[in-house]
Design a protein around this ligand. Sequence first.
Ligand SMILES: [Zn+2]
Length: 419
Amino acid sequence: MKTLLKNARILKMPKDEIIFGDLLVEGNKIAKIGENLSVNADKVIDCDGNLLMPGFKNVHTHTAMVFARSASDDLVLHDWLFDCIFPMEAKFQPGDIYHLTKLGILEYLRGGVTTAFDMYFTPPEIIKASEDMGFRTCILATSDKESIAQLEYNLKTYNQPDSLISYKLGIHAEYTTSLERMKDIADLANRYKIPVYLHISEGEQEVKDCVGRYGTTPLKFLDSLGMFNYGGGGFHCVYFTDEEIEIAKKRNFKIITCPCSNLKLASGIAPIAKYQEAGLEIGIGTDGAGSNNALDMFREMYLVSTLQKVINKNAAITDGFDVLKMATYNGANIIGLEEANCLEVGKLADIIMIDLKNPSMQPINNISKNIVYSGSKDCVKMTMINGEIRYMDGKYYINEDVAAIMAKAQEVTDRLKAK
Ligand SMILES: [Zn+2]
């Protein structure tokens, strides 16, 4: 199958340069980029000057947590978790996570997200939902209930070439994991020479508790176990000390920031500008819909930049283009998906089209800045994953009835909410 996307502006990434031309997709890869390509394609789409760019990589989420959207608001963290989230999660039945994940994927496709780094229970249900909808997911190990042997099995089974699915090693967080388990995970990471990802330094109390338990801050403590000898990544990273920033640099430890969730749960504001200055690689995630409540990378990008400006009282820092790069190019690299980090020949065709005719994208002074500062999901015209158009102009191409996906997610949610 050959799809020719003609007459486009193309932002290849990682440079802030836009060219005019055509892009040919052959199978699941980008086959050619150039001016006036003359190809016998199966499908030709006239992009009419709209922008093609790499899809967004949502590098921290719990997709199935859409069940908690607007069912767990305006509560302090403890009550949010213990009175709302945990009791609802305790009612999960087989199949629930499959149906809920599909609702989340609808939102991703509508918002130009082509990959999610998804941390939640029952990986097989998440995998089935992703594959059924043609969506790319990198699964993160999360459950303490899975044995180390099971994790090894998952690493071998779910990391196949040419698959929509990949799998990474992780723990939920220091404060929810036993010391023995953390040591086992560190051993596994060292045996396979792989990175470890986790929630870390999200709240002030969490950091204090870790100091109380182990005598030092979370990143420093976990690093002392050898957990990040082959790198890793942290979700939130709101409260890293200067010493931990040095450890992150040394270990190639990535920062994954989730500003909406941090604001709504009153966790704090991650010092992203400081991390940028230290040369750390930064990606962006939405976190789950229970704490956000949207799965919207546009809103995240806007906040990543503007929050740094306000906390540093400096409107010149955390440039909009750098944030767009975090949401696409960096995000892909952070999860080992370099083959989908930019639009170049040979890369995976995970491409979105931004509607530059949308009033919020006009006039055209600087397209990248338009996307970050005035853009929204409303500007996404097309989402292509693995060479297949899954969303375009208000329509989904997922071989499934959208209304049925929503009805099923509502049915599951109603059951989880029932007293
Ligand atoms: Zn999270």
